[in-house]
Design a protein around this ligand. Structure first.
Ligand code: HSE
Length: 306
């Protein structure tokens, strides 16, 4: 096999109470990429469609993660990468993670899978860091493993796979404004109050328990963020209205997807997830801001060959 086409999914990081550690994978939106073995050594990006991104390997997220893997192997050939980008950069649903994961997943398949998913995440972290100026894996891990993942630690990298209740659906609105991850990280406080930390880790612990036991009521009671949301929500137009109306429509919870501007909700059942979509539409259609909305089951497979 000399060429492979893959689907690299969008992801939701943080999931309210799990800043920088928790994430889940979507199935209705993602990038396509083609990875090809070539006689010419090195990593070369030969096509980018969808968005205006750099072709220079060292300046492209997919290129940087691919180089990290390439430098760890000894081969007498190279790789070409074509990127068909559907996830808008700066949208908050793991655009850079999808690129970073796609190249290393595709190369690993063409090499006969010498690396496991945790090792692939290690390479992909290098690409993600180019975009967010910080090494974190809460979008990368769900894109590679699928489902919900918890990044127990980055160094050494330890990723836990968390089960997804069967009837859990995400509805995500993406307002067409850009928030740079590096900027929305820079605005966060360096220290937090002990009372807030206690509330946050109690919610994260109970959310993980709720996912293991398919306890939808406990999911609802756990999806709160007292640390990051108060700062970042100010960057997202109509955030409070979306939150109120989606909870009223039956969502279990509503929060900022990654570093924003996308807003995610989780719901029990597709019917409720679609009602939540209508609630989002009714808030944003009056705003004058272009938007799109995705309704998605939790994708338990992650990045895959197509
Ligand atoms: N955990 C990261 C953040 C995700 O919220 O900054 C975005 O890359």
């Amino acid at each position: 096999m000399n060429e492979i086409k893959i689907f690299s999914p969008a992801t939701v990081a943080n999931v309210s109470c799990g800043f920088d550690v928790l994430g889940f994978c979507l199935d209705s939106v993602g990038d396509h990429m083609v990875i090809r073995k070539t006689d010419k050594k090195g990593i070369h990006i030969t096509k980018i469609e969808g968005f205006d991104l750099p072709y220079e390997t060292e300046l492209n997220v997919a290129g940087v993660s691919a180089l990290a893997m390439y430098n760890a192997i000894d081969v007498d050939f190279g790789f070409e990468i074509e990127i068909y980008k559907n996830i808008k950069p700066g949208s908050g649903i793991g655009s850079s993670a999808a690129s970073a994961v796609g190249s290393v997943f595709g190369m690993n398949e063409l090499l006969g899978r010498p690396f496991n998913k945790t090792q692939l995440t290690e390479f992909a972290i290098k690409g993600e860091a180019l975009a967010s100026k910080c090494e974190h894996a809460d979008n990368l891990a769900p894109a590679l493993f699928g489902g919900f993942t918890l990044v127990k630690s980055v160094s050494p990298l330890q990723i836990l796979e968390i089960p997804s209740p069967d009837d859990l659906y995400a509805t995500i609105i993406h307002p067409q404004i850009e928030i740079k991850t590096s900027e929305s990280r820079a605005m966060l406080p360096k220290e937090v109050a002990l009372q807030d930390a206690i509330a946050q880790w109690a919610n994260l612990g109970s959310l993980i328990h709720a996912l293991h036991t398919s306890d939808y009521e406990l999911i609802k009671n756990s999806l709160h963020d007292v640390i990051v949301e108060p700062y970042r929500s100010q960057l997202i137009p109509h955030y409070d209205d979306v939150k109120t109306s989606t909870i009223n429509a039956g969502a279990l919870g509503c929060g900022i997807s990654g570093s924003g501007p996308s807003i995610f909700t989780l719901s029990k059942g597709l019917e409720t997830a679609n009602k939540v979509k209508e609630a989002m539409q009714s808030v944003y259609s009056k705003s004058g801001i272009a938007f799109d909305i995705h309704v998605s089951k939790i994708n338990t497979e992650g990045v895959k060959i197509i």
